[in-house]
Design a protein around this ligand. Structure first.
Ligand code: ZN
Length: 135
């Protein structure tokens, strides 16, 4: 991955994780990652249309997954794609907890483990500090 693509992806995301919306400065000891929306093992490429800026936890949770199961409907659905879908259509905040508004949103929250207790606790602290959520 060349530096200019990395810088462009980072800037395009406004330095926030494109899944959980955490800002890089909210977790400075854990560098963010370039995330392949369609993983290389599924023949996803390095074109910026396939890349997202991601915190390390969302990146680890997503791994090479392309889909997840929505617990509400039982359906297997494609995970959120920040290049092709609007975040606000699939997700909303309830305090520090991320709510899935659609099967895609709910499955993404589940697979990426976005509401794990320590992540919710971090967001509670950021809310108290007045720096979260960004929208
Ligand atoms: Zn994240």
């Amino acid at each position: 991955m060349n530096r200019s693509i990395r810088a462009a992806v980072r800037s395009r995301a406004d330095y926030r994780c494109e899944y959980c919306r955490l800002h890089e400065s909210d977790l400075p000891l854990f560098p963010f990652h370039i995330e392949h929306i369609v993983a290389k093992k599924h023949h996803g490429g390095d074109d910026p249309i396939n890349l997202a800026w991601s915190c390390h936890e969302c990146n680890l949770g997503k791994s090479s997954n392309l889909s997840g199961r929505d617990a509400e409907t039982g359906r297997v659905v494609v995970l959120f794609n920040p290049r092709r879908q609007r975040w606000g259509r699939h997700f909303a905040w309830d305090g520090a907890t991320l709510i899935g508004l659609t099967p895609c949103g709910r499955a993404t929250i589940d697979v990426l483990n976005i509401n794990s207790p320590h992540r919710v606790e971090l967001r509670e602290l950021l809310i108290l500090g007045g720096v979260f959520p960004p929208e």
